[in-house]
Design a protein around this ligand. Structure first.
Ligand code: 5FU
Length: 239
């Protein structure tokens, strides 16, 4: 983030490998992280991962699979390590719901820790009328700090502090756009300035704001979000 002056994560929700590789290469200079939903890719072959890793190394960004694991420990071990996608073999970062209880973290850690991977916990979501409560969020924060050898942050809409721990965890925030307040399926957008400067989030996750309908190119849009996100971050830490 510091090297590239970027706290921008591209949410690359495209369904073909060629579209993903092309967009990743175009906007690679502007991002610190690229987030995928690998299970929406229609022409997936494992060789795609090697090509994506090449683009990620070229532009110095990390890979995040937005898998939102939500099952018992034994099942998530297989979902994370095995199957067609072998997520743990390439995703530096993935995420999990805490609904099943803390055993989901130990299951994922048994696979991810030896590979030097990291986990984010879903503490809040951007969608309208979601069921996350303040109590659920605070229990999720507790779980994160109890497992801080593997969990390093949250998907959330605001900075989340632990009542007694002084160490900070990173907050990555989806539902970010400029000039749109949401979509027709419950997504709620807020601006980079609101989430980073006012709410204390660290990374902005932007999808359609970058590659959706616009007269500007995705690279121009990504540059705009990079500048806005980084300025909001600097404004917060050096007021
Ligand atoms: F955890 C979350 C959440 O609370 N809101 C989200 O929108 C994840 N997301 C993801 O961020 C969602 O699955 C999309 O991949 C992405 C947002 O895409 P958009 O095009 O910027 O709306």
């Amino acid at each position: 983030m510091e090297d590239k002056k970027s706290n921008l994560c591209l949410s690359c929700d495209l369904s073909t490998t060629s579209e993903i590789l092309e967009l990743a290469d175009q906007i690679g200079p502007h991002i610190c992280l690229l987030k995928l939903h690998i299970d929406i890719v229609t022409d997936f072959e494992y060789s795609f991962i090697e090509k994506l890793q090449h683009v990620a190394e070229k532009h110095n960004f990390l890979l995040f699979e937005d898998r939102k694991f939500a099952d018992i420990g034994n099942t998530v071990v297989h979902q994370y390590r095995d199957g067609v996608y072998k997520i743990a073999s390439w995703a530096h970062i993935t995420n999990a719901h805490t609904l099943p209880g803390e055993s989901i973290i130990s299951g994922l850690a048994s696979v991810g820790k030896p590979l030097d991977r990291g986990l984010l916990l879903l503490a809040e979501m951007s969608s309208a009328n979601n069921l996350f409560s303040a109590e659920y969020t605070s229990k999720t924060v507790d779980m994160a700090y109890r497992n801080s050898d593997f969990v390093f942050g949250f998907i959330a809409q605001q900075h989340l502090a632990h009542p007694t721990e002084s160490k900070d965890m990173i907050v990555m925030t989806p539902g970010v756009n400029m000039g749109s307040s949401g979509d027709s399926m419950g997504q709620v957008y807020r601006t980079p300035d609101l989430v980073v400067k006012e709410m204390g989030c660290d990374i902005i996750i932007v999808g359609r704001g970058i590659y959706g309908n616009s007269s500007a190119s995705p690279a121009q849009r990504a540059s705009m979000f990079q500048l806005a996100g980084w300025k909001s971050y600097l404004d917060r830490i050096q007021p």
